[in-house]
Design a protein around this ligand. Sequence first.
Ligand code: DC
Length: 223
Amino acid sequence: MIKIAIDGPSGAGKGVLAKALSAKLGYVYVDTGALYRAIGLHFHRCGSDGSDVARIASEVAGVEVDIAYENGEQQVYLKGENVSSQIRLPEISMMASAVSKIPEVRAHLLELQRGMAERHNVIMDGRDIGTVILPDANVKIFLTASPEARAERRYKELIEKGIDTSYEEVLADMKQRDENDRSRDIAPAIPAEDAVTLDNSKLDIPGTIQAALAIIREKVGEV
Ligand code: DC
């Protein structure tokens, strides 16, 4: 099986790249952030704000999360319920970020992620795929861009959705989240030693895909 890991900070375009590569190569795309979001949704529904770490740590093993594919799109199930839309709400992003710092949560999701890579050729995106989940991945790409470039993209997305914000606010949030993700004790969002860093600050989406394909070809040959 071929395993392609794509890690990097929020807003670098990991999902867009991973989806495009999955369509081109016919590999299964695994969006691992969705799993942390599903766990976040569960505890949000239980009335948690993410600060009750001991409770989350002790209960998470009983929270059943699974992945399925419908028309090639990843669907996430929480205790048998398809929650693929609900996990995208802003309050669930915050909960996902909170629960993702808890070692028991990460341990609970480890086998599901590794199992996907045992059964399929995968393109898996996340924060710790190259370092923890698939240390033996054939290709590891650390996709990044300057905070300013990522904030600019996120700002445009929010404005298009009709959400009132300013570029300065988005940039400040982005920098804060980068710091949280990089400095956390467990599975920090840093490149694996053998990852290739791809900075797409000055690349558009087709340019990013071409650059990633060049990295993949160099590692695994013609694809
Ligand atoms: O990629 P995303 O925004 O859907 O991720 C949601 C949260 O989950 C984000 O705060 C970081 C965390 N996460 C993680 O810690 N490890 C992963 N492999 C994927 C996401």
